[in-house]
Design a protein around this ligand. Structure first.
Ligand code: AMP
Ligand code: FES
Ligand code: ZN
Length: 309
């Protein structure tokens, strides 16, 4: 016997939402998903309905779903897609093609920063530096800075990323466990601009589980990448996912509860965490913790390794 959708009571249910005790048909699931994103944006005052928002679209399912749902939920938003081509052979071309297809479909302006074209390097070049074996971490630093550059170029006030519930709850849990409070605070749903003229950063999918982002893409014909980055830190990600999965076994609401409790204690953690003193990087001029920022130091390291300086 097919299960009937708990919302419309007419179509067959295809999606089970155990933590909300709902069984939904694809159409009601899309409404449910869109309403949750709107609620999250409003709860954390991420942006106004007519704001200029740039979405960092990697080609993956989360950020692809984010761009589409924001277009649908906020028709008067000045929406831009921002993509970084990391110069990973095959993978980066594939991702960029998916992003171009999606931006075209939604009629959204796309800004691309290509590492090979603009910096003469690719993420793989970190293999020749002390970051060998830790490419993901170097990649994170590079991406964070380029997001800032793209946001300035696209004239957006807000930068939205596709971090999902598992990403945030899992990494918060790890930082909590090891007492890495500065990194814990960096996972807040809204981060103010680092300096005047820079964008604030928001995570509208913070309450959306990964599998729902995937289903949302499938039901709405949203293109997303079909191959994985060869340098991705799959072990770390899988380890965190496994712990969360284990803890969620008898309590489907566990990930949401974890996130809610973390957000409750966030102001206390912020209170005990020293705000880092930022100065200006003497190479690029961006806000920095040291004389030369982490981005410039890493780029210089690669250029030296590949013989470009
Ligand atoms: P990750 O750090 O890979 O877990 O990605 C987190 C979020 O950062 C994604 O959901 C995207 O919003 C953004 N992102 C990651 N990689 C890229 C990229 N190459 N281009 C644009 N946005 C990206
Ligand atoms: Fe950063 Fe693959 S996307 S290492
Ligand atoms: Zn710098």
């Amino acid at each position: 016997m097919p299960i009937i959708c708990s919302k419309c009571r007419s179509a067959n249910a295809e999606v089970q939402i155990p933590y909300a005790k709902l069984n939904l048909c694809p159409c009601c699931f899309t409404d449910f998903y869109k309403a949750r994103v709107r609620r999250t944006v409003e709860e954390f005052k991420m942006f106004r309905e007519d704001d200029a928002v740039g979405v960092a679209v990697s080609g993956g399912k989360d950020s692809a779903a984010l761009l589409q749902v924001l277009r649908l939920a906020y028709p008067s938003l000045e929406l831009k897609a921002l993509h970084i081509n990391l110069g990973v052979p095959e993978y980066s071309t594939h991702c960029q093609q998916k992003v171009e297809k999606l931006a075209n479909m939604l009629n959204v302006e796309l800004h691309v920063f290509s590492l090979p074209e603009e910096l003469g390097m690719g993420i793989g070049d970190f293999e020749k530096t002390p970051f060998k074996g830790k490419l993901c971490s170097a990649c994170g630093t590079i991406k964070r800075r380029i997001f800032e550059k793209l946001a300035i170029k696209a004239h957006v006030r807000v930068l939205a990323t596709g971090h999902n519930l598992e990403d945030v709850a899992g990494v918060m849990f790890n930082n909590f466990l090891y007492g890495r409070w500065e990194q814990f605070v960096r996972l807040k749903p809204v981060l103010p601009p680092l300096a005047k003229g820079m964008a604030s950063k928001v995570k509208p999918l913070i309450k959306c589980p990964e599998n729902e982002n995937m289903l949302y893409c499938l039901y709405n014909d949203i293109p997303f990448r079909e191959i994985d980055c060869p340098y991705a830190d799959e072990i770390g990600v899988r380890k965190r996912a496994k712990i969360l999965e284990f803890l969620s076994r008898d309590n489907p609401y566990f990930r949401h509860q974890l996130l809610s409790r973390f957000l409750e204690i966030m102001p206390i953690v912020e209170g005990i965490t020293q705000k880092p003193e930022l100065s200006q990087c003497k190479v690029c001029g961006f806000p920095s913790l040291s004389e030369v920022c982490a981005f410039c130091r890493r780029i210089a390291m690669v250029k030296e390794a590949i013989g470009k300086i």
